[in-house]
Design a protein around this ligand. Sequence first.
Ligand code: SF4
Ligand code: SF4
Length: 131
Amino acid sequence: MKLQLRFPPHLHGVPNTAEVILETGARMNIERAYVDAVRGELIIDVPREKVDRVVELFKQKGVEVRRLVKLIAWDEDKCIHCGACISVCPSHVFKFDHTWRLNLDEEKCIKCDVCVRACPVGALASVSNQS
Ligand code: SF4
Ligand code: SF4
């Protein structure tokens, strides 16, 4: 499951992510990272069996955690099946089926928004659905 982590300024320089990995043994994949002088944000993929413990530990350390359920919305009625999103997506979320219709594997999305900008008919939108 994907988690969005937001690190407040007072946690800068604190190795929270490394500590959580060591404490849980969770093999996390960092899919997106943004850090500047005032904030840090990560999107990580965590094995489902470890996710509750990982969330608990990050929250204990003062990190804001959101469980990301769905990151991209596709309006099938608008889609013209041009394939532009297939070309630009770095995570291979999109593919054509045997009838050349678009299929999505939403779990792979890292919310980079490249496809949203590339779609010529506005059939894709970024969503912040979370639980
Ligand atoms: S870029 Fe837009 S119109 Fe083209 S296949 Fe993807 S979702 Fe459909
Ligand atoms: S937001 Fe990025 S990773 Fe997600 S489907 Fe679009 S291009 Fe792929």
